[in-house]
Write a protein that binds this ligand. Structure first.
Ligand code: SAM
Length: 324
């Protein structure tokens, strides 16, 4: 799909470039905030799986830059934003970057160190594995990222704090809901208007972090495994009856964002330039600096070049030699 054609079919892709966002995902976080007011009172935040950085841009624009420009703010009062990803990303004002794997305990330790004993008010996680198209597999890998996010949450989120995580809707959604309910009394699965209906993604908005009494983060996985199992015990909010049979929990999905606003599944006509000339598509704001597909592209280019060299090698009689 050409850039202009994508601009027509994907209004949020076009708007992201016009408004200076690195990715259209910025609108998802903004629309979640419109509904849930997630930035209110936030001074310390962690952005998990942050590259290329549009959510970090939102955090910088909503939290850091207004505080910086306010005359009363002293250096030490400025919001702390820590962003983590496997991939490097180009700098964003007010955002500390950590490159690492969120499923690795050492990355969690690095993040915790930046907080220097203090706690975060908000943790967001837009992590996504490379999608294989096999729904069960994609949903499983996605749930592992959420659990890694939850591990970090149990170490650094303050009581009363919020956790926003991308989920893939599937057969284990109810289980995930119940697991999150162990730590957050209010869990809502939200579908921002900028997220396409055809996509299985949604976002868990978890409010008012309240771990079970006497909870030790080291017991997290043992506790999560008990959810939904017959040995779960009645003290677990989501014991077995919630997940099966007539009592099965049906999770409400809440659409959020201005519902009269742009529809991500519709095409919109391209605007004319002010001078009446035809539409010029903008370049992306910040292409990824080291995307995982870079090596594949290099190999593809090298292979195409070698095929071309082979095809163009003339034989003595003047015909071209084609190698199969
Ligand atoms: N929120 C980002 C933004 O607005 O620009 C987009 C995030 S993108 C959809 C998903 C990211 O998850 C990718 O950059 C990928 O590198 C990252 N990711 C996937 N698995 C990860 C892991 N185990 N640890 C850290 N990052 C991971």
């Amino acid at each position: 799909m050409g850039k202009a054609s994508r601009d027509k079919r994907d209004i949020y892709y076009r708007k992201a470039k016009e408004e200076g966002w690195r990715a259209r995902s910025a609108f998802k976080l903004l629309q979640i905030d419109e509904e849930f007011n997630i930035f209110q009172g936030v001074k310390r935040v962690v952005d998990l799986c942050a590259a290329p950085g549009s959510w970090s841009q939102v955090l910088s624009r909503q939290l850091y830059l207004p505080a910086k420009s306010s005359a009363e703010s002293k250096e030490g009062d400025l919001p702390l934003i820590v962003a983590i990803d496997l991939q490097p990303m180009s700098p964003i004002e007010g955002v500390i970057q950590v490159q690492g794997d969120i499923t690795n305990a050492r990355t969690a330790q690095l993040v915790i160190r930046h907080f220097d004993g203090s706690k975060a008010d908000l943790v967001v996680c837009d992590g996504a594995p490379d999608v294989t198209g096999l729904h069960d597999m994609d949903e499983f890998v996605q749930s592992q990222l959420i659990l890694a996010g939850l591990t970090i949450v149990t170490h650094i989120l303050k009581e009363g704090g919020k956790f926003i995580a991308k989920i893939f809707r599937g057969k284990d959604t109810s289980l995930l809901f119940c697991q999150l309910k162990l730590f957050f009394p209010t869990v809502t699965f939200a579908k921002p208007k900028s997220s396409r209906n055809s996509s299985i993604e949604a976002f868990a908005v978890c409010e008012n972090y309240s771990p079970p009494e006497g909870f030790n983060p080291r017991d997290l996985h043992r506790l999560l495994q008990k959810v939904g199992s017959p040995s779960g015990g009645s003290h677990l909010d989501c014991s077995s009856g919630w997940l099966e049979g007539p009592n099965k929990v049906y999770i409400p999905f809440l659409a959020c964002g201005d519902l009269t606003g742009y529809d991500s599944d519709r095409s919109y006509p391209l605007p004319k330039e002010a001078d009446g000339s035809s539409y010029q598509s903008l370049d992306p704001v910040q292409p990824p600096i080291a995307p995982p597909y870079k090596r594949a592209l290099e190999l593809k280019k090298a292979s195409a070049q070698s095929i071309q060299d082979t095809h163009e090698k003339p034989l003595a009689c003047g015909v071209f030699f084609y190698k199969d």
